[in-house]
Design a protein around this ligand. Structure first.
Ligand code: C6P
Length: 416
């Protein structure tokens, strides 16, 4: 990793104890102990999360906010306790700033529809960057089609960093909204979201930060980030699939229109008029993913029991170690050499298709992701179709990086 900034030295995590918390890790794949390096796609779940979901279904399940009976009360209490845990995890000032969604994707679509769409007209501008995930591109394209607004895209340099001067020059009186990824899933770049938010606010624009990859890896304090909205996914944060969070400033949530209509998001309904419920219920139409939220709360407890700073330092150590070892493989080129980087190494091997690399590594028991990582404009920017991506989680070890490098050595042997 060229010019990577050294951070806090790794606190010695008790990795063997941590690994024992994740039952799925204890298995062989193709006769080799599993090495799971696909955490950016979805991370594995500790037993405490699995147990929280199982215990909820075995003892406490009922619908939330709808019953006076004991089980409904228990389910409601557990669901709302999870919201409080997420609020604490993100540094929110109130539980009302935490809306449960299906994930980052739904959170961004919610903001596009409920907050941005009523505020933009023909010729207004939405600003994103070249390194966005499709979830932070397509909702804005759809919005532009509906409203006549224009999508602007800030460029990135050869190291995979936003060209900030150019981005700031693109922020003007027509800029109504800026949506930017905190930690790129395709490049590993950590973006200076505070500076971007300040520049956007100075021009009167609002800001969303896509925290899908940063939330599992870095301490998040939404006030310090300076954003108006922050989106994250449970399944990348050691919690179940199908649950995520949209954090937003309470005063903005209050004035936003609902995203979907249905049960629970209303105070009263007649055929003439519906009065909407208060935030966050206004944005949680229908029966929510109760078990998912409870699992997300348990994941936050788990992360906090280890310490997010220790997790960040541990993953950073793995990232640097891998950056040292990967170049041992002939013809390997890392895509994304930002000074501030976390979690992810994307790379290509001269003359070998990433899918072939992925298949051979799987034969060796090493799980990585290959493809465009739902960030095709990043691939276009670097003139490639796909990369191999190794992404780290709190349970990975240097020995697993060695297994990755050994597997890549086999790939080289086979392809020459
Ligand atoms: N990236 C990856 O392998 P959902 O699917 O809603 O949980 O998250 C979407 C999303 C949004 N932003 C970023 C930066 C992301 O990385 C992702 C999901 C996975 O990189 C699956 S494509």
């Amino acid at each position: 990793m060229s010019g990577a900034t050294a951070r806090t030295p790794a606190h010695a995590l008790d990795i063997e104890r941590i690994r024992a918390d994740f039952p799925i890790l204890n298995q062989d794949i193709n006769s080799h102990p599993l090495v799971f390096l696909d955490n950016a796609a979805s991370s594995q779940k500790p037993r405490s999360v699995i147990d929280a979901i199982s215990s909820y279904y075995q003892r406490d399940h009922a619908n939330v906010h709808r019953g006076v009976h004991t089980l409904s009360q228990r389910a409601t209490d557990a669901y709302e306790a999870a919201r409080s845990k997420l609020a604490g995890f993100l540094g929110a000032t109130s539980d009302k700033e935490v809306v449960f969604t299906r994930g980052t994707t739904e959170a961004i679509n919610l903001v596009a529809y409920s907050f941005v769409e009523p505020r933009v007209g023909k010729g207004d501008e939405i600003l994103i960057t070249t390194m966005e995930h499709h979830s932070n591109i397509v909702p804005w394209q759809l919005l532009c089609e509906r409203t006549g607004a224009v999508l602007k895209v800030a460029p990135i340099n050869d190291d995979g960093e936003i060209k900030l001067d150019e981005m700031f020059a693109m922020i003007g009186p027509r800029t109504k909204f800026v949506s930017v990824v905190h930690l790129s899933n395709a490049l590993g770049t950590i973006n200076p979201v505070r500076r971007i938010a300040d520049a956007a606010h100075a021009a009167g624009a609002f800001v969303l930060v896509d925290g899908a990859q940063s939330a599992p890896r870095m301490r998040i304090n939404v006030a310090a980030l300076g954003a108006d909205f922050f989106a994250l996914s449970g399944h990348k944060t050691y919690a179940p699939t199908g649950i995520g969070v949209l954090w937003g400033k309470a005063e903005l949530f209050d004035e936003m229109r609902p995203y979907q209509g249905g049960g629970e998001m209303i105070l009263s309904v007649t055929f003439e008029k519906t009065v909407f419920n208060e935030v966050p219920a206004k944005f949680e139409a229908g029966t929510p993913h109760i078990a998912g939220a409870i699992g997300f709360g348990a994941a936050v407890d788990y992360i906090e029991s280890i310490g997010i700073d220790a997790i960040e330092a541990h993953e950073h150590d793995l990232l640097l170690y891998a950056a040292d070892r990967l170049p041992e493989i002939a013809g390997l080129r890392i895509i994304g050499c930002a000074r501030e980087k976390a979690g992810v190494h994307s790379f290509v091997l001269d003359g070998i298709h990433p899918h072939d690399v992925g298949t051979i590594l799987d034969n060796e028991g090493v799980a990585i992701r290959t493809g465009h990582h739902c960030a095709q404009p990043v691939m276009q920017r670097f003139g490639i179709a796909a990369t191999v991506r190794a992404s780290f989680g709190l349970y990975n070890t240097r020995a697993e990086v060695d297994r990755l490098v050994a597997g890549l050595g086999k790939v080289r042997e086979i392809f020459g």
